[in-house]
Structure formats: C-alpha cells, structure tokens
Design a protein. Structure first.
Length: 526
C-alpha cells in the first residue's frame, strides 16, 4: 500500500510556522483539506473576562478549548468523561489473555486482565517481524491503555506500527547510501533523523485517526497512552506517550533505563498546557484528563494555530534508545512494557526484582506475567492491567534449587491454609480475607518462610496460591459469597514452537486479533 510522502526532516526542524504540520500532512496545495481541518479548530481569540462569571470560566477553562462553546455543556461533558473513566464492577474479572512468541534474538510473554473496571480498554501489539523486506530483523511491541472508551487503543494496536514502517521507509528513501541495502540495522540510522521520522509517524497516525473518527464515530471521545519499543540486534528504541511505562533490566536486576511518565503536574508538560490556554486542576488537564500526552483525545487538540506537539494534550512520543552490549555491566536481561494499572501499585525496582526472581523458577513468561497481574490485583489496583515481558539471551534461566524452594513455599501455604480452615467446623461461615491474614501471620513467624518469599513480591505475590487452596477446600460447601475474588484462571501454554501463541479465556472476553503468523494485535473488548 502506497503512503503519502513524509515531510523532509530539514523542513520540520527549520520551520517555525504554526502551519507546517498541515503542510506536512496534506501538502501545500491541498487547501481543501487544510481548510476543512481548520474549520473544526478553535481560534486563539482573546475573550472578555469583565464579569465574575467570565473570570470563573477562564479559571476552569470552560471556554475556548473545546468543541462546545457552551460553558454548561462543556462542564457536563467533562463531568461525564470523568465518571466514565471511574466505573467499577462489584467483582473483578480475573480471566487472563495471554500471547507468547520468539525469534532468534528474543522471546516474549504477554498478559492482560480486565480487573475491576466495567470495560476492558487496554490493547496491545506484538510484531516479531516488522515486514518481509528491509525491516525483517526488527520487532515491535506496544501496550495501549485506553480511557473514555477503547476505540483509540484498539486502532493504535492495529495501525500505529504500520505508520512507523512507512516513516522508516521514507527515511531510507531520502538517503542514497541506504536505499540499495536489502536490510537496515539501527546503527546505520542517524538517531536525530529517526526521532523526527517517528514523531512524524505519530502525528500522521493521530490525524488520520481524527479524520476516521470524525466520519465514523463523531461522538467518540476516547484516547490512549502508548508505550512501545522497536528492537533489532543492535538497539532497543522506546517510544512513550502518556503514563504507561517501560523498564529495561540487567541480569543482576539493575534498572538500566526507565521511561518518564507524561503527567500534567510535570513542569514542562504544565507549561505547554498553560501556553495552549489550558490549566491543571487536581493533577489533570482542565480538571479532567490525568495524562498530558495521548493519542486520540481530540477535544484537547482543537487549536489550529498550534502544532500537534503544542496542543493541550500532545501526541508527541518521547524517544530514547539503549544499545545492546557485551560489557558485563551493560548487558540486558529483559524489558517490561506495562500500563499504569501495574505501576500504580509496583515500583520499577519491585517489578524488576520480582520478574528476575521468577525467571529462576520458570521460563514461561506468560506464567510470570499472570502472577504479576494477580499480585497487582491483590495489592489494590483498580484499573485494567496489561504487560509484556521481553526476554533476551542474558535473562536468567530456571534452576532446580529455585524451583524446589518455590514449591516448598507453595506447599507450606497450602498446608497452613488447610490447617486454619480445619479449625472451623462450619465452612460456610469462613471469610477468605480473615483466613489469609491468619495464614500470613502464622507463616511470618518462621524465618525460613520469610527467606523463601519472592523478592519484590513478598506474601502478597503468593495470594493466588492461597486462593486456589482455599477454594478447593470450600468445594461442595456452597460458600461463594465469602470468597474474596474466587479461583484464579491459570492458562496453559504450549512449548513455544510457533512464533506466536495467542490465547484468551473464552468467558468475559473477546479478542480483536488480526490473524498473522508474524504478529498479534488484540484487545479484550466489552
């Protein structure tokens, strides 16, 4: 499929005109397209603020930066949007969606879970081979955390990497030394030019999605964060928009790289929001949106006198890279991409330490991802949760000693659960949380148990072992109301011979997968 030519990097760097991005997207002569888009934007006209109501409107930014010019309509729209992003179920959905795959350089395991949210708004993309030509040795992974709906997250998972490939191809076509090469490695690309090409890809994707949404779903107000990485044999590029996050971890558990969250409270982000005419209230853009960069969210991108990266909410990715190295202190064990449902309850160091330890116990990355999901749920995460673990050749491998230690701990938890439950003749009156606290209190008195607990996880990371044992003991007692969340679903995985293994629990989920031997692109949708 042919793509419109990308704007030259020199033009992007040199241009100071506020209209450059219209020209780069539609061409100088496409006045109809430009006019059509400008007609949907709000000018920067200064408004009168003589009376107290106008000053109040200015403070809350209820006018001038929304598709609605009615203050009351805009207020209720923001209130409705805020409520739509905070709805919870009476009981969390704990079914897991998993996919896995591998190539010569890496293997990955992905897990996602709806959790307490009414809808599943996360989506993901895993592409082991970007194309069959010059980018065949490049892989792509992305986690997309939607808000106010799932459409933007799903569209990002389906299409963003295709726009990235198009921009990469345009970058090569502008370089006579690269055009004739059958394959391209990252070291052959100038980082500054690649960075501009990636930003151009995101801007174009966002604008194309705006046009598609305007035609097909004009009432859609969804947006999405996007944390993704491009991997070849020499470098790993991280592209971040919003507050999903990536960490890169060494074989000894050090955080070698972590992306920065884009929050309205950040000084640089706040300054851009203010310069665009907005404000930051309760740590949110105009008191509503909790991230300062996102794809979609077009009601925050209506000022045609400002570039895409100067809007209230920016689609501009922050791009960093890490080079593969044979130096002992620079080697890479694994990368984690995860949405904020994970990071809300775990620090970078906790997650890195926990995954590193689990790699000594099992080589099933989906199993590890699932235990992270369960642990985050038990630690109080109320959001959708998704993560992908990408392991490289220097990642730890399981050992008999670690496996035995872990199984001994699991058996002690099962035994103690049975012992404490056995003290209660009337099983129907048992409460899972009460029993769990008694199990933890009793086992915590034993130093051998404390020493065996997973680093970075502690007792809470073993809550799922207790849940399974507890539910097994209560079978036949008709005790369903006193169980905390019920048994967890444990997905089985095959031996990984296929490049991709994409699985989801059939109940309470449906996938939007695009069939391919090379990639999985999916989301759990309502």
């Amino acid at each position: 499929m042919s793509e419109p030519p990308s704007p030259s990097i020199e033009k992007n760097e040199a241009s100071s005109s506020s209209s450059w991005w219209f020209e780069s997207l539609f061409g100088k002569n496409d006045t109809q397209s430009v006019t059509r888009n400008r007609s949907n934007c709000i000018s920067n006209t200064t408004q009168s603020h003589g009376d107290s109501w106008s000053r109040l409107r200015q403070f809350f930014n209820f006018s001038g930066h929304s598709s609605s010019t009615n203050t009351e309509d805009t207020f209720h729209s923001s209130l409705s949007r805020f409520r739509s992003m905070g709805q919870f179920l009476e009981k969390p959905k704990t079914e897991k969606h998993n996919s896995s795959g591998k190539n010569d350089d890496l293997r990955y395991g992905l897990g996602s879970m709806q959790g307490w949210r009414v809808d599943m708004e996360d989506a993901h993309a895993t592409v082991l081979k970007l194309d069959d030509n010059r980018w065949s040795h490049w892989s792509y992974f992305g986690i997309f955390d939607g808000h106010a709906g799932f459409r933007t997250a799903i569209k990002s998972a389906e299409k963003l990497h295709l726009r990235i490939v198009s921009s990469l191809n345009s970058l090569v076509q502008d370089n006579e030394n690269l055009k004739s090469l059958p394959t391209i490695t990252s070291s052959q690309l100038d980082f500054n030019k690649l960075e501009m090409a990636m930003k151009d890809a995101y801007f174009k994707f966002d604008n194309e999605w705006r046009e598609e949404n305007r035609s097909n779903n004009p009432d859609d107000k969804s947006g999405s964060t996007a944390i993704s990485c491009l991997v070849d044999s020499e470098r790993i590029y991280f592209l971040n928009v919003g507050d999903s996050r990536a960490i890169l971890v060494s074989p000894d558990g050090r955080i070698l790289l972590a992306t920065k969250d884009h929050k309205p409270s950040d000084q640089a982000e706040r300054q851009r929001i203010h310069e665009a005419g907005g404000t930051v209230l309760i740590q949110r853009v105009n008191g509503s949106l909790a991230v300062s960069r996102a794809l979609g969210d077009f009601e925050y991108k209506n000022n045609c006198n400002r570039r895409p990266d100067q809007q209230l909410v920016s689609p501009e990715p922050e791009i960093t890279f890490y080079a593969h190295s044979n130096k002992q202190d620079e080697q890479i064990a694994f990368v984690v991409l995860a949405c904020d449902g994970i990071w809300d309850v775990l620090t970078n160091e906790e997650l890195a330490t926990y995954i590193l330890g689990r790699m000594h116990v099992t080589d099933d990355l989906c199993e590890i991802a699932n235990t992270v999901l369960d642990m985050c749920l038990y630690k109080g995460s109320k959001d959708n949760m998704s993560l992908v673990i990408i392991a490289f050749k220097n990642a730890p491998t399981p050992t008999p000693e670690w496996k035995a230690k872990d199984e001994t701990l699991n058996n002690e938890i099962r035994k103690k659960t049975a012992e404490i439950c056995g003290r209660y003749p009337n099983k129907t009156s048992l409460d899972a949380n009460t029993i769990w606290q008694q199990v933890v209190t009793s086992l915590n008195e034993q130093s051998s148990i404390r020493d065996a607990l997973p680093a970075g996880g502690g007792f809470i990371s073993k809550r799922s072992v207790f849940e399974t044992a507890y539910d097994s003991l209560l079978k036949g007692t008709n005790n369903t109301t006193n169980s905390s969340i019920g048994a967890l679903v444990n997905n089985d995985h095959d031996d990984g011979k296929d490049e991709h293994d994409d699985k989801s629990t059939p109940s309470n989920s449906s996938s939007g997968d695009i069939p391919s031997s090379n990639s999985t692109i999916s989301a759990l949708t309502p």
